[in-house]
Design a protein around this ligand. Sequence first.
Ligand code: ATP
Length: 209
Amino acid sequence: MVPKSHPRYSSLKIRDRIVAGVKKGITSEHGLLAHGRGEAFDYMIGEKTNAKAKQQIKKAAILLKKANHPVISVNGNVAALVPKQLVQLSKAIPAPLEVNIFHPSKAREKAIAKHLKKHGAREVLLPNTGKIKYIESNRRFCNKEGQAKADVIFVPLEDGDRCEALIKMKKKVITIDLNEKSRTAKKATITIVDNVIRAMPLLIKELKN
Ligand code: ATP
């Protein structure tokens, strides 16, 4: 047990969530590495939401509210870190939640959907015959009523290839990524450089306003 007085208490508790996600079959082992990269960037920005991120959150809320068919894309890391907030966001916009993971696993897709439902989601879309053009990874499969039709896609922790493909398909992409130099951060329509743990509650608050 980590004592609350530990200087890295909150960072260690977040790690616990990711590790629990792997144990529950929600997060991939590779997700641990992606999390480590995020942690390093978070350390560098002082583990605080900066003024620029707050501005981007406001812009993201406006774009999500104006969208005709917004969709929230969920991977194994965000499902483990912020399941309750994903459901709250889905209700606040409103927009469906859709599972989209990089490392192919039908079992993990189902586990993520089950986890989101446990946190209050009514419906969770899974990839079916919908396709994202221009990419070859497992993430090209999507739901034909979800991301295939979407005009605005909110994808916390996106991978660069898919972000680029979605933009080429003339969709607007909102991402949260601690690495401002990632391809995703550079390509997305709106990039929020912050930890999903901090940015998600702020985005929900903004939408409710
Ligand atoms: P690129 O966009 O350049 O293709 P990548 O796909 O190689 O990047 P991944 O290995 O998928 O990047 O890593 C995921 C990204 O998510 C990293 O840039 C990392 O900084 C970021 N990240 C990890 N955890 C968090 C978090 N909790 N909040 C926000 N961003 C995070």
